[in-house]
Design a binder for this molecule. Structure first.
Ligand SMILES: C[S@@+](CC[C@H](N)C(=O)[O-])C[C@H]1O[C@@H](n2cnc3c(N)ncnc32)[C@H](O)[C@@H]1O
Length: 319
């Protein structure tokens, strides 16, 4: 069970620790949210779970109690030392804790390539030969992604708000967790799940929605945290698509650049960014798939059509 707000305050005082706003230190103090997170993630004893920012160990403890292997990365040295001296000795085989920045270790030290013992030969389970059919094998190898199977691991985390989008961007480069249950600022959750034509619709909505289906989540009250955050939170539940699409780094950069000028027309935005033939092909595709034209704006194009954006566009030539 999580600590109550007063017990959390006392524990923090005994550690001589004041919650740091810039590290998003709002600790969970609500048993229902912890239970709900594990339930949505469908945590089972043999699971491997990545947690970002374990803090005082509330979610971590609940995850470890199920028998799951937990990989966690905590940036705050005081909180890391607290977990290393309390939770780690209780779960020496299953708790893998590192002290560091989740942007340097988006999977908290987990390799993402392990398959559960007894998994059948995966080449035969995936006759198309690759879990990421849109990525050449050589690029998969360079990114350290397995050619043989979709990896079996999950992410359950109460994310520090300052890193949620760059961390998500790193995760969406693969290996992709099979399920993610993430506590986020409501505004971030709205951006990730936004639909075309809304002001929240952005590059991260496109990258995420081509790799994950969005399952029903929950609004979470500020009273579930100590100290209480000023903003609303949301428990986002994501399930990896059967055939997830991963965007190449250069393509992501080009799409992000389009959204920096989201009200501009695509024709003008891409004039100097894509060779004529690639631009022509993409506009032909957009016209057929959705009756879009070079006058359409980036924010109008649905997520799935961006998967046909020409790969490896050259760097922008305009000064
Ligand atoms: C919202 S709190 C969640 C704490 C705990 N998991 C809970 O639910 O009560 C975010 C945690 O992430 C840690 N953190 C912040 N930035 C981080 C980063 N860049 N890398 C790793 N951990 C980070 C904070 O120190 C804090 O423990």
């Amino acid at each position: 069970m999580p600590l109550t707000p007063s017990a959390t305050r006392e524990l923090l005082a005994s550690l001589g620790h004041n919650p740091k706003r810039f590290l998003g230190q709002n600790f969970l103090v609500d048993g229902n949210i912890v239970r709900k997170s594990l339930e949505l993630a469908q945590i089972a004893p043999a699971d491997t779970v990545v947690e970002i920012g374990p803090g005082l160990g509330t979610l971590t403890n609940a995850l470890l109690e199920t028998g799951a292997h937990v990989y966690a990365v905590e940036k705050d040295t005081t909180l890391h030392a607290h977990l290393a001296s309390t939770l780690a000795p209780k779960h020496p085989q299953t708790f893998h804790l590192i002290c560091g920045d989740a942007l340097d270790h988006p999977l908290a030290g987990f390799s993402g390539s392990a398959n559960p013992p007894g998994e059948p030969s995966l080449d035969s389970a995936h006759p198309e030969g690759s879990p990421y059919p849109n990525i050449p094998h050589s690029a998969l190898r360079m990114a350290g992604l397995s050619l043989r199977s979709k990896p079996h691991f999950k992410v359950v985390a109460n994310l520090p708000y300052a890193i949620s989008t760059p961390w998500m961007d790193a995760i969406l480069s693969g290996p992709l967790p099979e399920r993610m249950v993430l506590m986020l600022q409501q505004e971030a959750a709205q951006r990730y799940t936004a639909v075309p034509g809304t002001k929240q619709y952005s590059a991260i909505s496109i990258f995420l929605q081509n790799a994950y289906d969005i399952a029903p989540g929950h609004k979470v009250s500020a009273a579930c945290f100590y100290p209480r955050p000023d903003i609303e939170s949301y428990l986002l539940h994501l399930v990896r698509k059967p055939r997830p699409f991963i965007f190449a780094t250069e393509t992501k950069a080009a799409i992000r650049a389009c959204f920096q000028q989201r009200r501009k027309q695509l024709g003008a935005l891409l004039r100097d960014r894509l060779p004529d033939s690639a631009r022509g092909d993409w506009f032909d595709y957009l016209a057929t798939a959705g009756q879009f034209t070079p006058k359409s704006r980036p924010e109008e194009i649905p997520p799935e059509l961006w998967t046909h954006f020409p790969a490896n566009p050259p760097p922008q030539t305009r000064a």
